[in-house]
Design a protein around this ligand. Structure first.
Ligand SMILES: [Zn+2]
Length: 429
């Protein structure tokens, strides 16, 4: 009997091995995202959902089940967007936000989110970290599950579910309605360290890969030029959330805009600072010291600035003015920057690649800009070696564009071919 089971297992193993089809992808140019070298005439051998080898075409002798010819294309790893909201479809004003939370059911929002997730994949972003469902419960876990089970096409997803803030402190939110109405919340509200721990435990139990907090609110600028805000959590609350997250071997992302929010988020264990428009030297030094990433989300700030200004808020305009200098200074300190757009905060049909152009405008080389959305994103997500570079053992997440993005970064906004997990989702026309 034992022998029979062994033979059956052996058969099953060899069957699954035989199922792993191989694809040889001929690449005219290929970017090594770590060294910045552009390699000519390479062949990527994909086996199942992983990259088996990357070799010179001249020396490639292996037989593959199929061949894809990208010899007229520039090939690079699938891009990583570390700040998205698939369950939002643009919220320039609080009215835009309220319509989605109050007039669209969660099933309807989830259907729209599946389209947004697909759009991300077509844009060449084969991995996203989605930072909050904004009132749509745990629907991000369902979207991720449907993608992983191949029910719908979409990127590799890291989800943060509800996000956490303290009672009554969510900045945008559904507000100014009759007090007796029971309306949905854009996130999970807590008061006290124990409720913070409970929120983290509940979210992780429901499938959160990351915990997202909103660390500060009420932004203003002093005559000295320094930005200030009100921290949302007490020290006990934020430390409890950080502790509970890190003990569960998960990571904390903090929406934090000024030093008041940024410094106490980092001290509570945050791995990434989202937005950070008003950061100062002290924040930057601490980020370098503690290996904390910055997701600058520059384009979304520009995108919403005018609309919010018309609605009475000047802050996004002020941040726009000071952003280039803050960015340059952060670079000079060596703050690690991960590409994050906050798309969903603006319409998913708008470009997802505008931040590359802004990064270069503010002083990055094209390679550094691409690295934010490849090896840096991979490191932030604890996926180094698996995504963000085309090396043996990495997932076969590969994209192709027509021109060299190192000389024309705009070409990343026109991705021609997309493979994720060894499956082609967009073909060359
Ligand atoms: Zn966001």
């Amino acid at each position: 009997m034992r022998k029979l089971i062994f033979l059956l297992l052996l058969f099953a193993a060899s069957f699954s091995f035989a199922q792993q089809k191989t694809i040889a992808i001929r690449c005219g140019k290929l970017l090594d995202t770590r060294s910045g070298k552009v390699l000519l005439n390479q062949v990527i051998l994909v086996k199942g959902n992983k990259i088996e080898s990357v070799t010179d075409a001249a020396g490639f002798k292996q037989k593959a089940d199929s061949v894809i010819d990208l010899s007229n294309y520039f090939v690079l790893p699938g891009l990583i967007d570390c700040h998205t909201h698939v369950l939002l479809q643009g919220d320039i004003t609080s009215e835009d936000y309220d319509v989605q939370l109050l007039k669209e059911s969660i099933p309807y929002r989830t259907l729209r989110a599946s389209k947004s997730a697909h759009q991300s994949l077509l844009n060449g972003f084969t991995t996203i970290r989605d930072l909050g469902t904004e009132g749509a419960g745990y629907a991000d876990v369902d979207i991720k599950k449907a993608i992983n089970n191949k029910v719908i096409p979409g990127p590799r997803m890291f989800v943060s579910t509800l996000a956490i803030n303290t009672t009554g402190h969510y900045p945008i939110a559904v507000k100014d309605y009759a007090w007796e109405l029971k309306l949905p919340k854009g996130l999970q509200e807590i008061t006290g360290a124990d409720e913070g721990r409970r929120a983290v435990r509940e979210q992780l139990a429901h499938g959160a890969d990351w915990i997202k907090i909103y660390a500060d609110r009420g932004y203003y600028k002093l005559p000295t030029g320094e930005y200030k805000s009100i921290p949302n959590f007490t020290k006990e609350e934020i430390e409890a959330i950080g502790d509970e997250t890190i003990k569960s071997r998960k990571r904390l992302a903090a929406h934090a805009v000024t030093p008041d929010g940024i410094i106490y988020s980092i001290n509570a264990g945050a791995k990434s600072i989202e937005h950070g428009f008003g950061m100062n030297d002290e924040c930057m030094k601490l980020m370098v010291q503690k290996n904390v990433f910055w997701c600058p989300t520059i384009y979304v700030n520009e995108y919403v600035a005018e609309g919010r200004y018309k609605a009475g808020s000047i802050m996004n305009k002020l941040f726009m003015e000071t952003e280039p200098a803050v960015f340059k200074k952060a670079m000079s300190y060596g703050v690690k920057i991960a590409y994050g757009t906050d798309i969903g905060g603006y319409d998913w049909m708008e470009p997802q690649t505008k931040d590359f152009e802004l990064f270069i405008q503010y002083g990055m080389s094209p390679l550094q800009a691409i690295q934010t959305a490849t090896i840096n994103g991979a490191e932030l997500l604890d996926q180094t070696g698996l995504i963000g570079e085309l090396i043996p053992g990495a997932f076969a997440d590969i994209i192709a564009v027509k021109e060299d993005p190192l000389t024309n970064i705009k070409v990343l906004g026109n991705v021609k071919w997309v493979m994720k997990d060894g499956v082609v989702y967009k073909s060359v026309k």
